[in-house]
Design a binder for this molecule. Structure first.
Ligand code: PLP
Length: 387
């Protein structure tokens, strides 16, 4: 049976070129980079190259910092809790602002901080399903807001947030600005200098790098209290021996992601649009979010009368991997705020199916998926109407 992987917002395959670049660092160049002997210093130039590649890919000034973490979840925890340790704990500015569609590693960290006395504001979305500058201006408080944390692109819908404008508003009000750019890197241009963000989170496995490694861009002059205390690795900013093979892989993967941006925005988008147009031609389906506001690889579609989960299982039987796109944002079965914002009723809010492509997706795979998707909708609608 043919297999088609259309769940690239969950994770991506490691680019074979990246894997090849990582290989020597398991069995040949394996010294601890903090050791003083030659085995320890041997990885240094390769690590430097990995950092240089990342600085270039996101246009980070040399004077800024890129901190290596184990994943985006750790990065987001470190930013929110770091700001808590530095500012919020002393009651200087007791408030954090987030969007209602952040990844759980932001929302649950914010919830934890609210138990410690931090005031957390979840902004409403506009009718396009994003936070715009007008909304942030309405809620930000120049005397209270310490941090605004709003993702660059949403993992479920692909909707892109106007981070440059949001960062400017945060700064105008004396607040720091953090963005979770996990779903943006490799899909749309990410330029920290232009967007003028203070902190930016990324994760290698979302852009054809290895799992278990991520990072934080930190603007020059800012510091984050470490989450992990221990040795003096990374200048004491994060203790623990750095995962050298994965760092090498992440640097190269980010360089390739930047190099492939045009391909992503033309060829991947062309295939995405082809799939989206075919799905949208099925009666009573609705793609969430305006196409021009979304990353080029993502479709979140609601199929009336079909539970998202049933659809995923049915597609899986035919070898197509998709995701529910979290029709429900949490275990409380609250409808996804994006569905609510763009005016879907509660019935449709449970019918989300996310298909996410990558630069490795082929036209043949898309053609196969189009057929399988149509058959699946027909079959499941027939079953549900027979009850
Ligand atoms: N942020 C966003 C927007 C994500 O999509 C994800 C993963 O799905 C994460 C954070 C967490 O990434 P990681 O798996 O690296 O912890």
């Amino acid at each position: 049976m043919q297999k088609v992987y259309l769940d690239n917002n969950a994770t991506t395959l490691v680019d074979p070129k990246v894997k090849e670049a990582m290989d020597p660092f398991f069995t040949q160049i394996y010294g601890n980079p903090n050791s003083l002997h030659d085995f320890g210093t041997e990885p240094h130039p390769y690590m430097r190259l990995a950092f240089d590649r990342m600085y270039k890919a996101i246009d980070a000034p040399d004077s800024s910092d890129i901190l290596i973490t184990s994943c985006a979840t750790e990065s987001n925890n470190m930013v929110l809790k770091g700001v808590y340790f530095d500012i919020l704990r002393h009651g200087k500015r007791p408030q954090i602002i987030i969007s209602p569609v952040e990844h759980p590693c932001v929302t649950n960290t914010a919830r934890f901080l609210s138990e410690l006395g931090v005031e957390v504001i979840q902004l409403p979305l506009n009718s396009d399903g994003i936070v715009d500058g007008q909304i942030l201006k309405k809620y930000i408080d120049p005397n209270k807001t310490a941090l605004v944390s709003i993702m660059w692109a949403n993992n479920e819908t692909g909707l892109i947030f106007p981070v440059k404008e949001l960062a400017r508003i945060a700064h105008d009000n004396g607040a720091l600005f953090h963005t979770d750019a996990v779903q943006a890197i490799g899909k749309i241009p990410v330029d920290v200098r232009d967007a003028d963000v203070d902190f930016l989170t990324f994760s290698a496995h979302k852009f054809h790098g290895p799992k278990g490694i991520g990072g934080i861009y930190i603007r020059e002059g800012l510091r984050l209290t470490p989450l992990l205390h221990g040795g003096e690795q990374m200048g004491g900013k994060r203790a623990g021996t750095v995962n050298v093979p994965s760092l090498i892989g992440m640097g190269y993967a980010m360089e390739l992601a930047a190099e492939n941006l045009e391909f992503e925005q033309t060829e991947v988008k062309r295939l995405r649009d082809k799939l989206e147009d075919s799905i949208a031609s099925i009666p009573d389906t609705m793609v969430i979010g305006k196409r021009e506001l979304r990353t080029p690889n993502t479709i979140l579609v609601s199929v009336k009368g079909v539970e998202g989960e049933s659809m995923i299982w049915d597609l899986n039987k035919k070898g197509v991997a998709a995701s529910t796109g979290s029709a429900c944002a949490s275990e409380s079965l609250e409808p996804n705020p994006t569905f609510v914002a763009i005016g879907f009723d509660s019935e449709l809010a449970h019918t989300g199916i996310r298909l996410s492509l990558s630069r490795f997706t082929t036209e043949q795979e898309i053609d196969y998926t189009i057929d399988v998707f149509k058959e699946s909708v027909e079959r499941l609608r027939k079953i549900s109407s027979s009850y």
